[in-house]
Write a protein that binds this ligand. Structure first.
Ligand SMILES: [Zn+2]
Length: 720
């Protein structure tokens, strides 16, 4: 096992090694099966049999007899265990499939970027002890040397090329001429050695730049020193893969992590996008997942690691399921798709004096407060449990504390602490850091719920997932009832939110109401905000995304909140979103609905000018691009829908996209007889390309109508 350290006060990074021979286990009641398994092990270079041993079982909590093996060759073990599994599929396997560096962290209570005390001799690590815990909230930012690698390349087996390359660190930037690649690579290596960054950022490095560099340098036989670790061999490929997740097709770029330092691709890192590097490192620490893996995998992989660490540290071997949990994209998708908590439709319309009450981290709070976990539902130890799930009647364990509750509680508490620190922060940088840290934990918490309902997840169990939904529905129902008993007018309730229209009640009365709801539901409730006005829109079914709530409103402090409207949606042209944003900005100045009505002339001027810009073709083509996610490859499409045509146009210029990848195009003539003339993908746009004015005016009209129809009356505002 190789370790990299940043010694305190030192410039040089330390590479140390320590031998590691972890144990793994197999189980069978049938001794002849075990004999056959041990016989095939006799030729194994990776595993050495040890003997029978006893371990507690995660699912039942009872003792089991297992057979222990030692892993003596970490490099080959994964491949071999998969072969053994295929040969002996009826044995149960434990602690076999977890990446060893991750497993080492569980067993030695270490985690990526932990501050630790260590001893070494030569290049051998003798001892290493973490001086902090994953739950600590006051660790300083990690002192990393960070570089940016910018470049443009083209990679095709026959004609790979590099058009541009630059390396930037601190104030220094080196740009290379690309006419002599051999000189370029030697120079790049020299700068990498000299600057020795810990982290290299790229934009698109996984999908193109890294494979391009490795491929070109390989052809010239120049080993690149992008890795700190010497002698790394990798297969170069550009193919990502797509997979189906919750009925949606998702595309994943190929991976180019580095050895001995980090490569993170802004485009291939969900957490970087949501919460910057701070949030990525936080998630990596909490889940004990190496930073580069956390960057590239789904949040579900992170939450899975949180759970495995919890289980492993309590002495249970980790059961192996063949398929690795994959395919978590975002938690909100699932919540939207699942709509487990949705019971009511709002009364569409414009309201004044509204308060929104939100249950704080509702699903995780249910899991921890009601002890919902895969092993606690209908457990064998409590046949007469008094704890029952509403509607479904499942029993909940009264004896054991569930793994979910145990592993989540510290993340929940940590997030609350970060939020407090965020609110108390005086310096904007400090505020941003705590915001990132808490956002990253929010995603882990959100995903935990979805992950439980995911059948391929190691600790997934659909009954536990259903139980959470049932409890959330029950609690929302009780909340509505309690509010109505107290004569509040409930406008809408959804999953974990309730909107009440106030009729002169004071903020103190609302605070009292919140405490009463908390007592009734055993769940923490907060006030999201007081709205001066709020507009609920009728729910419409969009192409593939059911929108459970569409609304926009103005809080008393003048800030806005909106959901489900054009400005929030990925399938809209930027121009339409910009105009809607300008209108919202104007609306936010109005403290009442009648103040909005008084703005009619200004609003009308804004809309007419925006419309006129389309008519006069004064809009940049980039602002008219529509984005669509492909559901299949060009050949697989049968229809002439816009996405299908875009896929075909891409294929024609050599971009063979697969399901889950995005296409960007402009509508040039929606009514053209030839489908190919209806749209143009971004790559085919020319300065003189004309666009379909009527199509975009119609899009604009809808976005205007969304905001103004509920206030001014339908269609009153916009004349085409
Ligand atoms: Zn029990």
């Amino acid at each position: 096992m190789v370790f990299w350290f940043i010694p305190e006060g030192g410039e040089d990074r330390l590479r140390l090694v320590q031998p590691y021979t972890p144990s793994c286990y197999v189980e069978t009641q049938d001794s002849s099966k075990l004999d056959r398994f041990l016989a095939s092990l006799s030729k194994s270079p990776s595993f050495v049999p040890v003997g029978r041993t006893h371990k507690k079982d995660f699912w039942t909590g009872k003792d089991r007899e297992l057979y222990e093996l030692k892993v003596v060759n970490l490099d080959r073990a994964y491949q071999e265990i998969n072969q053994l599994y295929r040969k002996h599929p009826d044995l149960s396997y434990y602690d076999c499939d977890i990446p060893f560096e991750q497993f080492f962290g569980y067993k030695h209570n270490l985690f990526p970027t932990s501050y630790c005390r260590f001893q070494y001799e030569g290049e051998n690590l003798l001892d290493c002890e973490a001086l902090e815990q994953t739950g600590d909230t006051d660790y300083p930012p990690i002192p990393l040397r960070t570089a940016q690698l910018h470049g443009e390349g083209y990679l095709d087996p026959r004609r790979a090329s590099l058009q541009y390359l630059a390396l930037q660190m601190g104030d220094a930037t080196i740009e290379w001429e690309t006419d002599n690649l051999s000189d370029l690579f030697h120079s790049l290596n020299a700068y990498l050695d000299d600057w020795d960054p810990d982290l290299i950022w790229t934009t698109g490095g996984d999908s193109l730049l890294m494979p391009c560099l490795f491929h070109l340098a390989g052809r010239l036989n120049i080993p690149l020193r992008l890795d700190r670790e010497p002698g790394v061999r990798r297969k170069i490929g550009l193919e990502g893969r797509s997979y189906v997740s919750y009925g949606r097709i998702v595309y994943r770029d190929p991976d180019y992590p580095l050895w001995g330092r980090w490569h993170i691709d802004h485009r291939n890192c969900f957490l970087d996008h949501e919460s910057d590097l701070d949030g990525l490192i936080e998630a990596s620490r909490v889940s004990r997942l190496p930073v580069q893996r956390m960057a590239r995998r789904s949040i579900g992989t992170g939450i899975s690691s949180v759970q495995m660490a919890y289980v492993s540290q309590r002495g249970y071997p980790i059961p192996w399921k063949k398929s690795q949990p994959e395919g978590w994209k975002t938690g909100m998708q699932l919540i939207t798709a699942d709509r487990g908590g949705m019971t009511y439709m709002p009364k569409p319309g414009a309201y004044e004096n509204v308060v929104e009450l939100d249950f704080v981290s509702m699903y995780p709070s249910i899991m921890t407060n009601f002890n919902i976990s895969p092993e606690t539902i209908d457990c064998a130890c409590c046949p007469d449990s008094k704890l029952r799930v509403p509607e479904l009647g499942y029993r909940i364990c009264e004896k054991r504390k569930g793994m979910i509750s145990g592993s989540l509680i510290s993340i929940l508490e940590k997030r609350i602490e970060y939020k407090q620190k965020m609110r108390a922060a005086k310096d904007p940088r400090e505020y941003k850091r705590y915001k990132n840290l808490q956002t990253s934990l929010k995603w882990l918490l959100v995903c935990c719920f979805g992950y439980l309902g995911y059948k391929n997840a190691r600790f997934g169990r659909i009954e536990a997932h259903e139980s959470i939904c049932a409890i959330s529905r029950e609690m929302l129902l009780r909340t509505r009832e309690l509010c109505e008993e107290k004569d509040y007018s409930v406008i809408h309730s959804l999953v974990d939110c309730v909107w009440l229209q106030l009729n002169g009640q004071s903020h103190e009365e609302i605070d009292t109401l919140c405490r009463e709801i908390e007592k009734e539901t055993d769940l923490p409730l907060g006030i999201e905000g007081y709205y001066s006005w709020l507009v609920f829109l009728p729910s419409t079914q969009h192409e593939d995304l059911p929108v459970p709530a569409r609304y926009f409103g103005r809080f008393e402090d003048g800030s806005l909140k909106y959901r489900g409207i054009e400005i929030r949606r990925g399938d809209q042209a930027p121009y339409v979103q910009i105009v809607q944003g300008e209108m919202l900005e104007m609306l936010s100045k109005a403290e009442t609905l009648s103040a909005i009505r008084a703005m009619e002339a200004d609003l009308r001027a804004l809309v007419e000018e925006a419309d006129q810009r389309l008519v006069e073709r004064q809009v940049d083509l980039q602002d008219l691009l529509l984005k669509r996610k492909l559901s299949r490859t060009a050949e697989e499409y049968k229809s002439n829908a816009m996405s299908a045509t875009a896929a075909r146009q891409s294929a024609r210029i050599g971009k063979n996209l697969i399901g889950g990848q995005d296409v960007h195009f402009v509508v040039v003539d929606r009514k053209a007889g030839n489908p190919d003339e209806r749209i143009k993908i971004v790559e085919l746009l020319r300065q003189e390309t004309d666009f379909d004015v009527d199509f975009y005016r119609e899009q604009l009209r809808r976005a205007v109508g969304t905001l103004l129809d509920p206030i001014f009356g339908k269609g009153k505002f916009y004349k085409v």
